[in-house]
Ligand binder design. Structure first.
Ligand SMILES: *[C@@H]1O[C@H](CO)[C@@H](O)[C@H](O)[C@H]1NC(C)=O
Ligand SMILES: *[C@@H]1O[C@H](CO)[C@@H](O)[C@H](O)[C@H]1NC(C)=O
Ligand SMILES: *[C@@H]1O[C@H](CO)[C@@H](O)[C@H](O)[C@H]1NC(C)=O
Ligand SMILES: *[C@@H]1O[C@H](CO)[C@@H](O)[C@H](O)[C@H]1NC(C)=O
Length: 350
């Protein structure tokens, strides 16, 4: 009889060893998958294996985890940069002399700009030409429709009926207020004049997304109203565009152009930064540092990654901006600055 018990015991032992070996094998496979998303089955298996490890290994592992969690020197410096940005914003918002150019109502237009992620309590205000498409991909991944940002097709990102991103404007007033007061809120800005050059190139010169209405409907309207020499038959020039933007009576055309104006109206008008208490304001020029900071502050750095930022695309080139404005009259530049003064001051661009 005892022989049977021994045999049974041995069988059990072999089974346990086999299972352990199996798990460690899967664990080593995982090292090839370091950059995949965290909540996959392999990851779950690894945490299971970790429970079986001997105590010393466990404590070592805890130490390294602690080291990972403690903020590095660079992170502390970046925290400092971010705090200074928010302080500057608060001070400029309080400046009565600038009130006109820094304040705007939390209108339907603003609520339409803000994307909501209820699952992770995040609000993201959309500001074009600063990598905003990439953040939309991040939100789509957080919604659970795709597991990585690389898998989200461009055709999905820009189609409201396909991307399933909800906007703050779709909620009731109390629901909006609840989210505004408790969610993590952020948006990205860049040098205001550089942004206008970029918008002009993207919508009126290159038009890579085949949006014909910019050159078919909007450009002729601006030319008719603002071009000085009507014998010149060329398409919209940067000079015409600047004159429209700097005109104190630009609103009449804005209303005609509808939503498309999001590409050139001020950040103040898009996101109401003095009315809404944003937690982080990223700068396109420092996106490389701001992206990990935002992901961490929003508590999603373990769940999702931002697409790789191509080197050089976020760099600000003063020479280029100056060249582009060299043909614009002093008066028009002054008027343009007057309109965008709020954006310049609030975000520290001068
Ligand atoms: C600010 O607003 C007041 C009242 O609407 C107006 O009279 C004034 O011209 C505005 N100033 C600027 C700089 O827009
Ligand atoms: C207007 O443009 C045409 C064509 O470029 C040019 O020949 C003409 O001299 C310009 N007129 C003025 C007043 O600049
Ligand atoms: C900045 O722009 C100018 C003019 O387009 C160009 O010649 C120069 O190489 C650019 N500088 C950098 C650092 O990219
Ligand atoms: C701005 O200047 C660069 C050269 O520095 C030129 O290639 C580009 O077309 C200009 N853009 C506009 C909008 O004038």
């Amino acid at each position: 009889m005892w022989k049977w018990w021994l045999l049974l015991g041995m069988c059990f032992w072999v089974l346990v060893m086999f299972k352990l070996a199996n798990k460690f094998f899967i664990c080593s496979l995982n090292s090839f998958n370091e950059y995949s998303t965290k909540q996959n089955p392999i990851q779950l298996i690894v945490t299971e294996v970790n429970h079986l490890q001997v105590p010393m290994e466990k404590s070592l592992q805890r130490e390294s985890e602690a080291a990972e969690k403690a903020p590095s020197k660079e992170e502390l410096n970046w925290e400092h940069v971010q705090m200074e940005r928010l302080e500057l914003l608060r001070n400029v918002c309080r400046d009565e002399a600038l009130r006109n150019v820094t304040h705007s109502r939390i209108s339907r237009f603003v609520l339409d700009r803000i994307f909501v992620c209820d699952k992770h309590k995040i609000l993201f205000c959309q500001t074009p030409k600063v990598g905003n498409t990439q953040w939309k991909k991040v939100l789509i991944v957080l919604n659970g429709d795709f597991s990585t940002v690389e898998e989200v097709p461009e055709s999905v990102v820009h189609k409201p009926e396909k991307n399933r991103l909800s906007r703050l404007s779709s909620f009731s007033k109390p629901e909006i207020e609840k989210r505004l007061s408790s969610y993590f809120k952020f948006f990205i800005v860049r040098d205001p004049f550089d942004r206008l050059i970029s918008a002009f190139k993207d919508k009126f010169l290159h038009n890579p997304r085949f949006e014909p209405w910019y050159n078919r409907d909007i450009a002729p309207e601006i030319i008719r109203k603002y071009r000085k020499n009507h014998t010149e038959a060329m398409g919209l020039q940067f000079e015409d565009f600047v004159r429209y933007l700097g005109d104190p009576n630009h609103r009449r055309l804005d209303i005609k152009f509808g939503e498309h104006i999001i590409h050139w109206v001020t950040y103040v008008e898009l996101c109401a930064p003095c009315q809404i208490n944003y937690n982080v304001i990223g700068h396109h020029e420092t996106l490389q540092e701001d992206v990990p900071y935002i992901l961490k502050k929003a508590g999603i750095d373990q769940i999702v990654s931002y697409p790789t930022i191509p080197p050089g695309i976020t760099a600000y080139n003063k020479t280029k901006v100056k060249q582009n404005f060299s043909r614009i009259s002093k008066r028009d530049i002054r008027r343009l600055y007057a309109r965008f003064q709020g954006d310049f001051k609030l975000f520290g661009y001068g």
